[in-house]
Each structure stands twice: as C-alpha cells, then as structure tokens.
Design a protein around this ligand. Structure first.
Ligand code: AMP
Length: 111
C-alpha cells in the first residue's frame, strides 16, 4: 500500500485526528493554509473526485457532512471546502480528500 492517505486511514502514519469512524477520517493538514485547516478522507481509496462512481455517492456525501460538523465543533460557522483534481488544479495526493479551511478571509476567486 503506497498511498499516504491509505496509510493514514490505516493508522500507519500518525496524524492529528479530529474525527474518525468506519468510513472516514478527519485530521489536521500538515501545512495549514488557514487558522483551521483539516482534511476529510474516505477510508476507501478513490484517486480523486473524478474517480467517484454512483456507488460512492453516499460516502462522498458523508465526507461533506463530516467536514461541516467538524468545522462547527472547532467553533467555525464560516468555512471553505476545496477538492482538487489533477496536478494543474493543485492535487498532490491522489486519494480523494476534502480540504476545510476557516479562520481568515478567503479570497474569491481562489488563486
Ligand atoms: P492536495 O494538494 O489537494 O492534494 O492536498 C494534499 C494535502 O495533504 C496538502 O495540503 C498537504 O499539506 C497534506 N498532507 C500531506 N501529507 C500529510 C500528512 N502526513 N498529514 C497531514 N496532511 C498531509
């Protein structure tokens, strides 16, 4: 298993976890881009949003729900979700992940 986020989901690489259950794990980003910056991943390996199939709809919807709930638990009502697909869009880890950013003004459009 060479995928770093599969290793995180499997507990092989320690991270600062904010939430986990049988389907998803939420943990702080190693290189935070905002006062609150965490990732939510499905335990199931999906290379990115373009790899989602109909059978993953419930799971990826749960990723969004958990992202919002963890943000709320961290005291944030305003936050941004980001999901990158492909290197040109900034994807560096090819296991689907939701970025949740909060705690500073976030510009639009993103750079
Ligand atoms: P992306 O560029 O959208 O693929 O996002 C990958 C994110 O994973 C980056 O924000 C990295 O800082 C983060 N990251 C990579 N390795 C780790 C790790 N071991 N623990 C926490 N975050 C990580």
């Amino acid at each position: 298993m060479s995928c770093i986020f599969c290793k995180i989901a499997g507990g092989e690489i320690p991270v600062a976890k904010l939430y986990e259950d049988e389907d998803v794990v939420a943990f702080r980003d190693l290189n935070p881009q905002a006062p609150l910056h965490f990732l939510v991943i499905p335990r199931k390996h999906l290379a990115g949003p373009a790899a989602i199939t109909a059978e993953d709809e419930r799971l990826t919807g749960k990723v969004l729900r958990v992202g919002a709930e963890v943000a709320r638990k961290e005291g944030r009502s305003d936050f941004r979700f980001v999901v990158n697909n492909g290197p040109q869009a900034g994807q560096t880890v090819f296991h689907f992940h939701l970025h949740v950013l909060a705690g500073r003004d976030l510009t639009w459009p993103p750079g």
